[in-house]
Design a protein around this ligand. Sequence first.
Ligand code: DOR
Length: 396
Amino acid sequence: MKILFKNVTIVDGTGVRKGKVMTEDGKIRKVYKERGRVQTGYDKAVDGGGKVLMPGFIDMHCHLRDPGLTQKEDLNTGLHAAAKGGFTTVCAMANTKPVMDNVEAVAANQNRGNALGLSEMIQVSAVTENFSDTVLDMVDFDGLSKVTPIFSNDGHNVDNPEVMVEALKASARLGIVIATHNEPETETVVRDIGLLKDIPGAKLHICHISKKATLDAIVDAKKQGLDITCEVTPHHVYASGLGYRVHPPFRSWADRKALLEGALSGAIDCCGTDHAPHTDEDKLKGSPGINNFETAFAMYHTAFDAVGMDLVRLSQMMSQTPANRLGLKNGLIKDQYPADLVLVDPDAEWQVDSRKFVSKSHNTPFDAKWLKGEVLLTMKGGHIIYDHGSFSPRSV
Ligand code: DOR
């Protein structure tokens, strides 16, 4: 199947150009200049109407709640929400019931997610069995590294530094990424930077940073040449000072300003979602988290556009850098790269209505907010899986 995207502005982390994109057999076959002649036939043309074609978004951090917490979300609803949000690859955290902490469970869940033919799901593995805080319970990193590139006890802090040391050693040995939750935030990040210094080759990824002091510590670690990356969430760059429950909590305007500046300067690497669905009942009982897949791109674009960030930088943060960090050849619009694409209208303004979420849950403090930037169409592996409100899963 060959599909031609025409009448689009192509934006990825390398720049902006008008052109056409031909996809074939799951890959980008050719990127044409605006007036370039398309020499081969094709099965379908998508007229982009002058809108923007970007690499599909890659999320290093979400919660799909399946197995065990499927009253909040399941793989099917979560991956529909991801596709609607323009995400072509998402990393599902391990805090399910049971915890994803062994080869069989991680492989089976990942296969189950990917059999749905929607966005690709990378199942994150826990660092310790059942999130225990002792080195006696480290997971089988060697076996698991053949199934997943990313490990995290997210949702739970690693309090025990010895556990962190073992995880970082496994990272150095196997090339895997260790992603950390950090509570208390800055103190834990500073501790882990200290550990990272003594374990060359280890890859540390700091989840959902929310404070200026944390960012300052990360910038300093990067200056020392350490292999550290970090992500922000849509809600921490879009808002500050709210009481709505989420971990880490909403911070001050000064912290938010530092995050906006850090994203602009390149100090912050990635845009995650921390999509954390909860039922209304669980929210009333105090469960922390925000349902973000279907608003993430627009929240990021709205917040970043207001401080002068262009879509090239946003694409680096939403696609190119996460792909690099996960070791995926993806995240750019380039010949022979996977045909994982998203068509967006960066100027469309729309109002959040959580009742229209395809996610199973509706927990957001941003209902009725006006956002700028709409996902129109998502292609995964050469198949259009989402198109203006309709879904067409691939047969896999
Ligand atoms: O708000 C949050 N919710 N932060 C986390 O780190 C975990 C997540 C969840 O699993 O609900």
